[in-house]
Design a protein around this ligand. Structure first.
Ligand code: PLP
Length: 397
């Protein structure tokens, strides 16, 4: 039978990430693959108490549909959080989403016509770029540097497009500890990109799931804070600093856009999980969100430093990386005679896993020389052992 699928399914490539996620939980494997938080630090007991109390006191409401835009109490908390971070906002500028992944899908849905140009990081977050591509955008990938996207390269593209009377719809950035590069966008670049957004009239999607994960300082200012003309659409998530299983994220943007996103969300999932939002709201009342955001910092910092030391000790001279200051990832460049896809096959045979660079590039061959190593979900002793063994495989390749 001839398949009747839409033509856009050609953009729904099966990312290697999915295959690797399946390795999670296989005990014999030391995996640096999943970019997931560690369940060892989840506040399970406290969440159990909150959930039990909710079931006892208001079980009817938490099992009912909620509003499309999300739980009012949770949004009030987000307003407080954003105001504390210098972003003057109110409830009309917020919508709750089913993870920031849904936010990326909804934004793509309301902005992208087939063939529209969207700028992304190279390498960049596979889930974000995948969502953008699924609406048939024309992707422009800009090289990442240790301090974020290469701004002169961005300017050249924007100017060339403007000369041809073409334009960019939006730029998708993960300014804090990007996935996979671990890079943090410098303050100067933040300002410059905002100026370019004004000059060339495009939006900035600021995706910030790692922004609470600053292991050495208090973090940088959100681009949204510096934004005077509503150019920035800010995305946040409870997944990385709290727990991902509730599947709750949020978007902050101008009320007209939020309204539109609400309509798009109605046709996507009607509303995000009522139980998930109610649990987060109670967690906020008990100050659990703030205590957890502090508690995770030394935990992940230890893992980051263990990986940094092990890489220094066990990886050969002809490999290179920048040590991140936060987030979950090291992005390692391999010598040019190594293809990371082939290395991964050898690694899996040796009970080791990582993500090959090719998962994060529009053209897969651009990524053969890179690997993403996530330290978040691997205990320090396994990090040492795993990096030692991986170093040996690279030397013997
Ligand atoms: C940069 C980035 N954005 C968004 C997401 C999606 O997060 P969630 O949907 O759990 O909020 C991830 C998850 O890995 C990510 O790395």
């Amino acid at each position: 039978m001839k398949k009747l699928f839409a033509s856009r399914v050609k953009n729904l490539k099966n990312s290697e990430l999915g295959d690797l996620m399946r390795l999670i939980g296989r005990d014999e494997i030391i995996s640096f693959a999943g970019g997931i938080p560690s369940a060892d630090i989840f506040p399970v007991e406290e969440l159990g108490e909150i959930t039990a109390a909710l079931l006892k006191d208001c079980s009817k409401e938490i099992f009912q549909y909620g509003s499309t835009e999300g739980n009012e109490g949770l949004k009030e908390y987000l307003v407080e959080y954003l105001i504390e971070n210098g972003i003057n906002t109110d409830i009309s500028e917020l919508i709750i989403t089913s993870g920031s992944q849904q936010a990326l899908d909804l934004i793509s849905k309301v902005f992208i016509n087939p063939g529209d140009r969207v700028v992304v990081e190279k390498p960049g977050y596979v889930g974000g770029i995948g969502a953008i591509k699924s609406y048939e955008a024309d992707i422009i990938s800009i090289e990442m540097e240790a301090d974020g996207i290469n701004v002169p390269e961005l300017e050249t593209h924007l100017k060339e497009l403007a000369d041809e009377k073409q334009k960019v719809k939006f730029i998708y950035l993960v300014p804090d500890y990007s996935n996979p590069s671990g890079a943090r966008l410098s303050p100067e670049k933040r300002v410059r990109i905002l100026e370019l957004a004004e000059k060339y009239n495009f939006y900035i999607i600021e995706d910030t799931p790692y922004s609470e994960l600053n292991y050495y300082d208090d973090g940088m200012e959100y681009m949204k804070k510096l934004d005077l003309n509503n150019r920035v659409i800010l995305l946040g998530s409870f997944s990385k600093f709290f727990v991902p299983g509730l599947r709750i994220g949020w978007i902050c943007g101008d009320p007209q856009l939020i309204n539109l996103l609400g309509r798009a969300k109605q046709y996507t999932d009607l509303a995000s999980s009522s139980i998930g939002q109610a649990i987060l709201y109670e967690a906020r009342k008990k100050d659990l969100l703030k205590t957890q955001a502090k508690k995770i910092l030394p935990f992940y910092r230890q893992r980051l430093e263990t990986m940094a030391e092990a890489l220094d000790k066990y990886f050969p001279e002809n490999t290179s990386w920048h040590t991140p200051q936060g987030g979950f990832f090291f992005w390692v460049k391999l010598p040019d005679y190594i293809n990371s896809r082939e290395l991964l096959n050898v690694a899996i045979d040796n009970n080791l896993a990582f993500v090959t660079g090719s998962a994060f590039f529009d053209k897969v061959e651009d990524g053969y020389q890179y690997m993403r190593l996530s330290f978040s979900d691997t205990p320090p002793d396994k990090i040492k052992r795993g990096i030692k063994n991986l170093g040996k495989l690279i030397r013997n390749y």
